[in-house]
Design a protein around this ligand. Structure first.
Ligand SMILES: [Zn+2]
Ligand SMILES: [Zn+2]
Length: 419
């Protein structure tokens, strides 16, 4: 008889799992007996991997869907099935990435999401896991997005899981939907749900001193900024110019201030300027000012230009200005996501003449996770995340959360998926 799908019980059966403490003597396969009983509901007695607690067989998953623009539905799905190497996480916070502006308003999907599968950022508690890993049920974890193969260039070199071939469509990867497919699971590959499936390799245990609220900034806000600035080598005393401020730009700003760099914000949104002032940013330049470039240079050492610039907009309006304001041999980071936007680039004039390094990277490199999480213990970082997270909603009010994101009168928005 094949092993049962986890909690995928049907019919009137009793599954008796082997007792706790006998893991080394017994094989990895569960010992199981099946009895037909006259009970209105299936019964499960689980003595292994659940600390002696009786599991609820009625447990299911609740998944956020956006069937059409401006309308969401919470849909009941089966509790996730999970293979060895994966865990089921009870998600507590799923931060909103571009689900508001891209999916809620435009119903525009990328290869890794669709109307019934949303969300990739998140933190939560391990709810189910096979024995033999370094994690335990009840561990609080950050979920770094995507699948993990362990054998590609990215996995072998501690780079971002977004670049693992199991996530890349050009390499046959299927990303988050691929996690569900690989586990033969009808739910759980995505963050905006009560329960989520994730590879153990992309889980990071959260220190007791760090609240979920701060840990949830480790994906597409502070996490992306921190990891990109590790590559850029942003150091104390450097000047970092950030243009087009959304939650990615704010994540970069928190990272730059944590590193004791000087931040200049090139921006116009008054609401978000107010947030940056509360974070401690002192220098603001309006890109529509005629002398915007002179204003920036006047804030840099001997008028050289900024050491690093970061684009959070994804559009040429900011990108061209950021390149122009960066000093010789400086770094230009592209962190903004605007599908379809293009910039005219002359390798001679934009790269060779100024000796600029142009770079960009989705997500957080595996090798940066520990120092990223260490930063969360810093009270100044916590204060800045408190400012960045302007709105928190229960998942049952996801529409209101997405509307706020579309308004741009916000920083980062968190969805509480258990509410
Ligand atoms: Zn994201
Ligand atoms: Zn890989």
């Amino acid at each position: 008889m094949p092993p049962p799908r986890n909690n995928g019980f049907s019919g009137h059966h009793i599954w008796l799992f082997r007792p706790k403490g006998q893991r080394t003597e017994l094989s990895q396969k569960r010992t199981e007996i099946s009895l037909t009983v006259r009970a209105p509901l299936p019964i499960i007695v689980c003595l292994d991997g659940c600390d002696g607690q009786i599991s609820s067989v009625t447990k299911s998953n609740i998944v956020l869907t956006v069937p059409e623009p401006g309308r969401f539905e919470l849909v009941e799905r089966p509790y996730p099935n999970y293979l060895p190497g994966y865990a089921v996480i009870r998600t507590e916070i799923a931060p909103v990435c571009l689900e508001g502006s891209r999916i809620w308003a435009e119903h525009d999907f990328e290869f890794h999401d669709d109307p019934r599968h949303l969300g990739h950022e998140g933190v939560g508690v391990i709810d189910a896991i096979h024995p033999g890993s370094g994690f335990r049920k009840g561990d609080r974890v950050i979920v770094f997005q995507g699948d993990h193969c362990g054998q590609c260039h990215s996995c072998r070199n501690g780079l971002s899981p977004t670049y693992c071939v199991s996530n890349l469509p050009d390499h046959g990867g299927r990303a988050l939907i691929g996690i569900e497919e690989k586990n033969d699971s009808e739910s759980g590959g995505f963050a905006m749900a009560k329960y989520r499936l994730a590879p153990l390799a992309n889980l990071y245990r959260i220190p007791d001193a760090v609240d979920f609220k701060y840990a949830a900034a480790c994906n597409c806000s502070f996490g992306v900024g921190f990891s990109n600035q590790e590559i850029m080598n942003v150091r104390a005393g450097d000047t970092v110019l950030v243009g087009g401020i959304g939650f990615i730009g704010m994540g970069h700003i928190i990272s730059a201030l944590y590193r004791n760099a000087t931040v200049i914000a090139l921006m116009r949104n008054p609401y978000r300027r107010g947030l940056l002032e509360r974070m401690g940013v002192q220098h603001f330049v309006d890109p529509s000012d005629e002398d915007w470039l002179e204003q920036i240079r006047a804030l840099t050492y001997e008028g050289q230009g900024v050491d690093h610039s970061v684009d959070g907009s994804g559009v040429p309006y900011y990108q061209e200005k950021l390149m122009a304001a960066t000093r010789l041999y400086g770094t230009v980071n592209f962190s903004g996501h605007t599908p379809g936007a293009k910039i005219e680039l002359s390798p001679l004039h934009h790269v060779i003449d100024p000796a600029h390094q142009l770079m960009g990277q989705h997500d957080v490199r595996t090798r940066d996770r520990e120092y990223l999480v260490r930063a969360l213990v810093n009270p100044r970082v916590q204060r800045m995340i408190d400012v960045m997270v302007t709105h928190e909603f229960p998942m049952s009010q996801a529409g209101a959360a997405f509307d706020v994101q579309v308004s741009k009168q916000c920083g980062k928005i968190y969805l509480h998926t258990q509410q």
